[in-house]
Design a protein around this ligand. Structure first.
Ligand SMILES: CC(C)(COP(=O)(O)OP(=O)(O)OC[C@H]1O[C@@H](n2cnc3c(N)ncnc32)[C@H](O)[C@@H]1OP(=O)(O)O)[C@@H](O)C(=O)NCCC(=O)NCCS
Length: 169
């Protein structure tokens, strides 16, 4: 299996992959397309898993803002992550997560936030984003999580996570 940066040639396969992984609805596929066209897109953080020439997994991490009154701090948001159902539970999701988080750290991004399954993401260092607020989505507190990639980043973070317009179609 190869983990690498997504290229233009992968767009079609990535669309089909999210469609299949999320149960034949193309919400996440379209989310990926909107993020790619937005200024929140970081090409190096759109990462695919390829096996025998086939795209079997994709992870996208993009930019968002944490806002506290006039203060605006750049943070990263992770969404979506998908592995082809026929290839799940083989470590592909974990490999994508590890690569994505290590690229973020290397690029100097100290915080990654997400809304996701509380049984899956803590193994990668995510914990409930206690103290940070989320107003655009009404979700249980335990599924709004943060990963502090650079020590000290979390203690300086406060405010409300603002997901960019690309997240809302
Ligand atoms: C979540 C997903 C990306 C994991 O990919 P994967 O390649 O199967 O992951 P890995 O093989 O690295 O890890 C498998 C582990 O994740 C767990 N897992 C998978 N989906 C899970 C879920 N929805 N909730 C909790 N745990 C989950 C498995 O039980 C397994 O746990 P174990 O290691 O303790 O046995 C994949 O199941 C998927 O694409 N799901 C559909 C899309 C989705 O829900 N994406 C995440 C949105 S938050």
């Amino acid at each position: 299996m190869i983990i690498r940066t997504e290229g233009l040639q992968d767009y079609e396969a990535v669309y089909a992959l999210h469609d299949a992984a999320f149960g034949n609805r193309d919400e996440e596929s379209q989310l990926v397309e909107r993020i790619r066209k937005s200024d929140c897109f970081v090409p190096e953080l759109s990462i695919v898993a390829e096996q025998d020439g086939e795209i079997v997994g994709h992870l996208l991490i993009s930019r968002a803002d944490l806002v506290e009154q006039e203060l605006r701090q750049e943070v990263m948001v992770l969404a979506p992550l998908a592995v082809n159902p026929a290839f799940q539970k083989q470590g592909i999701g974990s490999a994508l997560m590890q690569e994505g988080l290590s690229r973020c750290r290397a690029m100097g991004y100290g915080l990654v936030l997400l809304i996701g399954h509380p049984a899956y993401y803590p193994r990668f260092g995510f914990k409930p984003a206690v103290g940070l607020s989320l107003k655009q989505f009404d979700v249980p507190a335990e599924i709004f999580m943060v990963n502090e990639l650079i020590e000290g980043a979390l203690s300086r973070a406060k405010g409300e996570l603002i997901y960019p317009p690309a997240f809302f179609g």
